[in-house]
Design a protein around this ligand. Structure first.
Ligand code: PEP
Length: 254
């Protein structure tokens, strides 16, 4: 089963709307017309309206960094799936380790968001990954398996083509430390086995599993060459066109 690479940029809390416009213009001028690799940028909520107009005439897709599971109501500061759809957002990052760490998001909370995203035709990029302590105690696979099972509980099989996972070892996020190619492949392969138990072999082999954690142009080709690595979720290196495009070009070579 061939899976198209997805390279997604998680801009986190960086870039004003006008800075976002400049960065997207640069990305578009290099890779905005190619279709070999799927490209997605995830700016902050405040930049989505402006960037939505910009990406319209290109192959670049838009993602959000989070959303609320409820359709509407008294949730000050929150944004719903429908609001994102209204801005032609395609993907939404859910369960990022920073949201789990700083905002107390559990697998159960993230599960509700994933189901709401799917209900609204948004493609969740579901983030999972272990802490350094969990890795050092040999618990990586147990932790990740549990995140997959709990986060994807009641996920409708008919929507499986809209599901993306991102394996992001927490100790590799923003630290400059990357999982080795082999470490990434071991966990990705195990995730696919769990997906196969949950949804069957055919579905499991069609789901994209991205790697995230200090991916950059220099290490992208090795990671993306692994059999079960289907793209990257990129933080720091997505903030300049040169490094983000460098990763896309590495994906084109694999
Ligand atoms: C991320 O936060 O999703 C991420 C992968 O960050 P970085 O690339 O900076 O490690």
């Amino acid at each position: 089963m061939s899976r198209k690479f997805l390279i997604a940029g998680n801009w986190k809390m960086n870039k004003t709307a006008s800075e976002a416009v400049d960065l997207i213009d640069e990305i578009k001028s290099s890779v905005g017309g190619q279709t070999a690799v799927q490209v997605c940028v995830c700016p902050s909520f405040t930049s989505l309206a402006k960037t939505s107009e910009l990406v319209e005439q290109s192959e670049v897709l838009l993602g959000a960094q989070d959303m609320n599971a409820s359709p509407s109501g008294a949730f000050t500061g929150e944004v719903s799936a429908e609001m994102l759809r209204d801005l032609y957002v395609s993907f939404v990052i859910l369960g990022h380790s920073e949201r789990r760490q700083y905002y107390g998001e559990t697998n159960q909370i993230v599960n509700q968001k994933i189901l709401a995203a799917i209900d609204n035709n948004l493609k969740p990029i579901y983030c999972i990954g272990e802490t350094l302590e969990e890795r050092e105690n040999g618990r990586t696979l147990d932790v990740v398996r549990n995140q997959v099972r709990e986060g994807l509980e009641n996920f409708p099989s008919k929507s499986i083509e809209n599901l993306v996972l991102a394996y992001e070892p927490i100790w590799a996020i923003g630290t400059g430390k990357t999982a080795t190619d082999e470490m990434a492949q071991e966990v990705h392969c195990d995730i696919r086995k769990v997906l196969s138990e949950m949804f069957g072999d055919a579905a499991s082999s069609s789901i994209r599993i991205l790697y995230g954690g200090s991916m950059k142009p220099e290490n992208a080709e090795g990671l993306l060459s692994q059999a079960d690595v289907d793209g990257g979720l990129i933080g720091g290196a997505s903030l300049t066109a040169r490094s983000f495009v460098g990763i896309i070009e590495a994906a084109q070579k694999v």
